[in-house]
Design a protein around this ligand. Sequence first.
Ligand SMILES: C[S@@+](CC[C@H](N)C(=O)[O-])C[C@H]1O[C@@H](n2cnc3c(N)ncnc32)[C@H](O)[C@@H]1O
Length: 237
Amino acid sequence: MRKLSNILKSYKESRILDIGTGNGNFIKVLTDLNPNFKSAIGIDVLESSINSCEANFNDDRLSFTKMNALNMDFEDDSFDIVSLSNSFHHLEYIDDTLKEMERVLAPGGVIIICEMISNNLNKKQKSHLEMHHFASEIDRERGSIHYKTFTDKEILKLLSEQSSLDIKDAWELVIPETAVISDKEIEWLFETIDRVQERIEGSERIEYYRKKADKVKKYIIKYGFESATQIIVVLGK
Ligand SMILES: C[S@@+](CC[C@H](N)C(=O)[O-])C[C@H]1O[C@@H](n2cnc3c(N)ncnc32)[C@H](O)[C@@H]1O
């Protein structure tokens, strides 16, 4: 986190835009690492994400708005930091989204992409990958854009091909976890898998997904669970 913190701290009173903010995980990381930020806006296409962020954050400098990254209601050059965390694999049009992110980025600003990767994972981390692939397969079946996890090389290739900015830096971030997963954590993971499975109730392929869910649960019991490694990529001029 030190690298990210140094980048953020190099902007005094920064204006931050977090795209695909979800429940605000990444905007929290960015604003915690740089408490002197001037303003931070989280956007998401889901009303439920905006509502939960509005209920969970209490800082006048933070705001949340329902908006699509493909067509943002912001002036050119409005932000010093534009971030996209674990949302890259949800983008239907990566090139157009990057163009829009670059449009709202002020001169001298940086785009920060944070994304979980599918390569170089240990057995515990593969539990996270399996859970993610289970959810992404169900979402695709329901017609949502939710690709499988990319490798670090795929992410770097897509960004270097589709962004007009340079890759200034890129590194991998492993979130340290406790050595042994508790029963309570397993219970929480299983509830998450069950909730994901509920998205597909009524489908004729429900049996297929039930079996898949059981397989993922068995894998977690056998090997444990750890968050997958994430890559952080900094784009700028
Ligand atoms: C997996 S969540 C990531 C949440 C959060 N950034 C994090 O790191 O935990 C992906 C989010 O991206 C949002 N999203 C997908 N496409 C989007 C778009 N075109 N514009 C804005 N948000 C989008 C989804 O609604 C979802 O909340």
